[in-house]
Design a protein around this ligand. Structure first.
Ligand code: ADP
Ligand code: MG
Length: 339
């Protein structure tokens, strides 16, 4: 609803912000020992909207920022999905849609995107339901999913075990504005539970691939892509849309000073690819002619879903804690630049 309301006013790029709750505090059911800052310095210095008429405002210790929408810590995944469901639906109308989660490690990207009640399962379920309803209007759809990890400027197929991986190659069809990744496994999503199987498979391959899977996933981007091809038996209309749900690498300023060798290269690659994503979105928003898609694997992969007949939503995730203020400010600045 929100998306369409702003549609005519503001082009095709939206930015929303989500403030996560403090974890493991006595009145918080989520006790998580992995987040020691939350226990020791539970001082809050970042606040979402405090009144109905300031739904896009986030206040920090230094100064406020404005986005299309800001979600307070108590807002659940369900409500957030309600705000973006129209955007997800538009992939069925033939749009290429990209939704990103940006933020430092521990800010809630994966919780928002791929937890069991997060965006991937909710989006897929809603699309199933809609496809079912559209049958009455003679539309039939095929849905295909793939799941790719971009790590160190290389693509990996999360649906194929590491030992069977082949080199993935990106192919763009300029005329149809579609993208195919050669050697990448696509799964035909023909029943609701195939998505769950697919997410489990990705999780399994991810943890086999890395000893510290958490660490690796915070240093790589994961891109879930749903291809939707519809045909109308009565009118012979056809439409092809794509939904990309992207959980980005942690945006924390990684100090390259102490890092050496592989770690240093990895750090530089993360910084470069997040920056180039920002540059691409900024260039699109400014209506520039030349869009620098080629500067990173991620933007090159998503080229046909960024710009042209496409819609982009950037979620910037932040922690409310004083201890994380510097990272929060840097995330909010990034988000301001692309909005
Ligand atoms: P990221 O993917 O950005 O590194 P996670 O999504 O893994 O961060 O979140 C870090 C921790 O915070 C996890 O334990 C997660 O369950 C919890 N968390 C994040 N956001 C929320 C939220 N809105 N409500 C409850 N718990 C959350
Ligand atoms: Mg994560």
């Amino acid at each position: 609803v929100l998306f369409n309301k702003y549609q005519e006013l503001k082009g095709n790029i939206r930015v929303m912000c989500r403030v996560r709750p403090v974890l493991g505090s006595p009145d918080d059911p989520v006790a998580d020992l992995d987040y020691p800052d939350d226990k020791t310095s539970a001082q809050i210095c970042v606040k979402g909207p405090e009144e109905k008429n300031s739904l896009g405002r986030i206040t920090t210790k230094t100064f406020p920022f404005e986005f299309d929408r800001v979600f307070n810590p108590q807002i659940a995944n369900e409500e957030i999905f309600g705000e973006i469901s129209q955007l997800v639906q538009s992939a069925l109308d033939g749009y290429n849609v990209c939704i990103f989660c940006y933020g430092q490690t521990g800010s809630g990207k994966t919780y928002t995107m791929s937890s069991p009640d997060g965006m991937i399962p909710r989006a897929t379920k809603m699309i199933y339901d809609t496809v079912h309803q559209l049958k009455e209007k003679s539309w039939s759809y095929t849905m295909e999913g793939n799941f790719i990890e971009v790590y160190n400027e290389e693509l990996h197929d999360l649906l194929t075990p590491t030992k069977d991986q082949k080199k993935l190659e990106i192919r763009h069809d300029e005329a149809r504005r579609t993208t195919t990744v050669l050697n990448c496994k696509s799964v035909l999503l023909d029943s609701e539970n195939t998505v769950e199987l697919m997410l489990n498979e990705a999780e399994k391959n991810r943890s086999v691939a890395a000893t510290k899977s958490n660490e690796r996933s915070s240093r790589s981007h994961s891109v879930f892509t749903l291809k939707l091809i519809g045909e109308n038996a009565a009118t012979h209309e056809r439409c092809e849309g794509t939904l990309n749900l992207v959980d980005l690498a942690g945006s924390e300023r990684l100090k390259s000073s102490g890092a050496e060798g592989d770690r240093m290269k990895e750090t530089q690659n993360i910084n470069t690819s997040l920056k180039s994503l920002g540059d691409v979105i900024e260039a699109l928003g400014a209506g520039q002619k030349h869009i620098p898609y080629r500067n990173s694997k991620l933007t090159y992969l998503l080229r046909n879903s960024l710009g042209g007949n496409s819609k982009t939503l950037m979620f910037v995730m932040v922690s409310p804690l004083e201890a994380h203020l510097n990272e929060t400010l840097s995330s909010l600045r990034f988000a301001t630049k692309v909005s």
